[in-house]
Design a protein around this ligand. Structure first.
Ligand code: NAP
Ligand code: ZN
Ligand code: ZN
Length: 348
């Protein structure tokens, strides 16, 4: 077994603290890479707090992982020692269900293996994430990372990036579309960058008037403060597509009132509570309410290659792992500009 240093939550009520554990030896198809940077996703906080379901503890969060390959198994074809490598939210899946065969491993019908707070495909062995110094992953679930981009700023692409890229691609968003991105946080700011890159007319809908300048710098064409009823009313019936990245409960009906006829409101944010939709909201205007989860391995590589070709990375604040609890507190207040990334060198 490989000894690993990490940061773990021992229970939903304790702060993260140093914790040592072990990973499996490198198997014939495995890649081991030393982690240099790991992004901090709001899902990390949801999961250590048991917001979604009772978690597996100790829990080592982190699914925006990048670093350098240090060992490869005898059968590994796609990586060699010294390559940059990344892993997102998935470390395995059944590989034979209809969705896995269609490159949609994130919707594996037999239960995919998530990077932490989950189990390997034996459905028993717990998985541990990227707030740690090294990881072993089957080569099929390791992504190639370009050396053209800043490595720390690339880490958030592995979750925030693909989670916003995938629905924008699925709904063919591009030139001629009016798109709104709701919530300017980790996911939201990547959604803005992609929607702008795809040629859409982009509005940021935010609860934070102070983010207007940043939204424009990110490329957004318009900014709407959702706590201002006048602005909401003026935007009634104006969007083809709304990408909703909000992490807490909010009134979907208000946002859907701003969709055009046949428009789609797609949530990627995962508040823990149910979201009530008034039938009149969707019936009037034949509107759709939809959702989307991360992306498959093929699409994640496509997104990373698109980012390398178009010079797209995340706007980040690099943090010492000792400041993780403070960073969570800021994230809960919507005070992230726009993704915290842990410098794993600070993990001693
Ligand atoms: P984040 O950085 O904290 O951003 C969330 C943003 O939502 C905040 O910055 C804030 O933006 C807005 N917001 C927060 N509370 C709000 C409220 N009560 N009403 C309206 N807006 C509010 O979080 P993140 O890392 O981007 O993650 C966002 C959500 O996506 C989380 O629930 C996470 O678990 C989920 N997620 C889902 C997937 C997936 O595959 N579907 C993948 C990753 C993450 P403003 O200040 O601009 O209002
Ligand atoms: Zn995430
Ligand atoms: Zn499957």
């Amino acid at each position: 077994m490989i000894p690993v240093k990490g940061y773990a939550a021992q229970s939903p009520t304790t702060d993260l603290a140093p914790w040592s554990f072990e990973r499996r030896e490198v198997g014939p198809h495995d890649v081991q890479f030393d982690i240099q940077f790991c992004g901090v996703c709001h899902s990390d906080l949801h999961q250590i707090k048991n917001d979604w379901f009772p978690g597996i503890f100790p829990m080592v969060p982190g699914h925006e992982i990048v670093g350098k390959v240090v060992r490869v198994g005898s059968e590994v074809k796609k990586f060699k020692v010294g390559d940059l490598a990344g892993t997102g939210c998935l470390v395995d899946s059944c590989r034979h269900c209809d969705n896995c065969k269609a490159d949609l491993e994130q919707y594996c019908l037999n239960g995919g293996s998530y990077t932490y707070n989950s189990t390997e495909q034996d459905h028993k062995t717990p998985t541990y994430g990227g707030y740690s110094n090294t990881i072993v992953v089957h080569e099929d679930f390791v992504l190639h990372i370009s050396d053209k981009l800043d490595l720390a700023a690339t880490a958030p692409l592995l979750c925030a990036g693909i989670t916003t890229y995938s629905p924008l691609r699925h709904w063919n968003i591009g030139k001629g579309h009016k798109v709104a991105i709701v919530g300017l946080g980790g996911l939201g700011h990547m959604g803005v960058k992609f929607a702008v890159a795809f040629g859409a007319d982009v509005t940021v809908m935010s609860t934070s008037p102070s983010k207007e300048k940043d939204a424009k710098k990110l490329g957004a064409h318009h900014f709407l403060v959702t706590s201002n009823p006048e602005q909401v009313k003026a935007a009634a019936g104006s969007f083809d597509f709304i990408l909703d990245t909000v992490s807490a409960g909010h009134d979907i009906n208000m946002y859907m009132s701003m969709l055009k006829t046949d428009g789609t409101h797609c949530i990627v944010g995962l508040p823990s509570s149910a979201i009530p939709i008034a039938p009149f909201t969707v019936v009037g205007g034949r509107k759709s309410f939809a959702g989307s989860s991360i992306g498959g391995l093929k699409e994640t590589q496509e997104m990373l290659d698109f980012c390398a070709a178009n010079n797209i990375v995340s706007d980040i604040e690099l943090i010492d792992i000792k400041d993780i609890t403070k960073s969570y507190e800021r994230m809960l207040k919507g005070d992230v500009r726009y993704r915290f990334v842990i410098d794993i060198a600070t993990l001693k």
